[in-house]
Ligand binder design. Structure first.
Ligand SMILES: NC(=O)c1ccc[n+]([C@@H]2O[C@H](COP(=O)([O-])OP(=O)(O)OC[C@H]3O[C@@H](n4cnc5c(N)ncnc54)[C@H](O)[C@@H]3O)[C@@H](O)[C@H]2O)c1
Length: 256
């Protein structure tokens, strides 16, 4: 496939790379010529995506990385250096969503949500940033419209995603001196397992989602992945510290 974005020579670590958005992002980055380290909680899922990239003629390695563990983030970033000779990109697609009433939310559940969404984002960025300071790079955090818009029963998710949007700005200005750009992509509902689980659990219906989104549909993983590809490419070379919302108009909508 010939692509406008040329990512030949780039090496990108994709965390949560076995998930809906992570896998699609990995495939599209590889199609642009990047070498991909696909990481996820389980090695099997990450390796399967890496194998499929290789079958399509791309270069990829699957590794296990729980982003809540700084040592595993370090190991995943180092695997990129050892396998492909460096690290120039990072995408964090890892995440969990477990809506729960705030009055009865167990402290452990709050802590786990913040650990995966916010602490893990920082540990991963730190491990990757340490390997980008000498030659620059670009990072993208997958946040959510919930970084801006409050949903009930999602206190930890919303607060953590808003935290990542601010982390994006802080790292962008702190690491600009090293030529490292840091941006975020915030989707509304995307047609992935996460949304299917939310619908199955009765937290929301597909009809509600479609009615609330001006463009009238859920996002495809490709909608999100293409925004990531752009932000990692040289076409976005003067864009840093930004959150790009891929939401079909969700955040713009303020009418009845
Ligand atoms: N699906 C949506 O509607 C939607 C909307 C807005 C934002 N997002 C965000 O997009 C990102 C990707 O979501 P998705 O829809 O692809 O979900 P998904 O459930 O398909 O994939 C999430 C992946 O993250 C992995 N993961 C979970 N905890 C992890 C950890 N501690 N370390 C490493 N990996 C871990 C899972 O194993 C899974 O492969 C998440 O951050 C999510 O919050 C999703």
């Amino acid at each position: 496939m010939s692509r406008a974005e040329n990512l030949e020579g780039k090496v990108v670590l994709v965390a949560g790379g076995a998930g809906g958005i992570g896998a699609e992002t990995s495939f599209r980055l590889a199609a642009c010529g990047a070498s991909i380290v696909v990481s996820d909680l389980e090695l099997a899922g990450a390796s399967e995506i890496a194998l499929r990239i290789a079958e399509q003629g791309g270069r990829a390695l699957g590794v296990k990385c729980d982003i809540t563990k700084p040592s595993e983030c370090e190991a995943a970033a180092q695997a990129a250096v050892e396998q492909f000779g460096g690290l120039s990109g990072m995408v964090n697609c890892a995440g969990v969503s477990r809506p729960h009433d705030s009055l009865t939310l167990p402290a452990e559940d709050w802590a786990r949500m913040v650990d995966v969404q916010l602490n893990g984002a920082f540990y991963l960025a730190q491990a990757c940033g340490r390997r980008m300071v000498s030659s620059g790079g670009a990072m993208v955090f997958i946040t959510s419209t919930n970084a801006e818009a409050a949903f009930p029963r999602r206190a930890a998710y919303c607060a953590a995603k808003a935290g990542v949007a601010m982390l994006t700005k802080v790292l962008a200005i702190e690491w600009a001196q090293y030529g490292i750009r840091v941006n975020a992509v915030g989707p509304a509902y995307v047609a992935t397992e996460m949304t299917r689980r939310n619908i199955a659990a009765g937290n929301v219906t597909e009809a509600q989602i479609k009615a609330r989104i001006p463009l009238g549909r859920l996002a495809h993983p490709a909608d999100v992945a293409e925004a990531v590809v752009f932000l990692l490419s040289e076409k976005a070379s003067f864009i840093t510290g930004q959150s790009l919302y891929v939401d079909g108009g969700w955040l713009a909508y303020g009418y009845f």
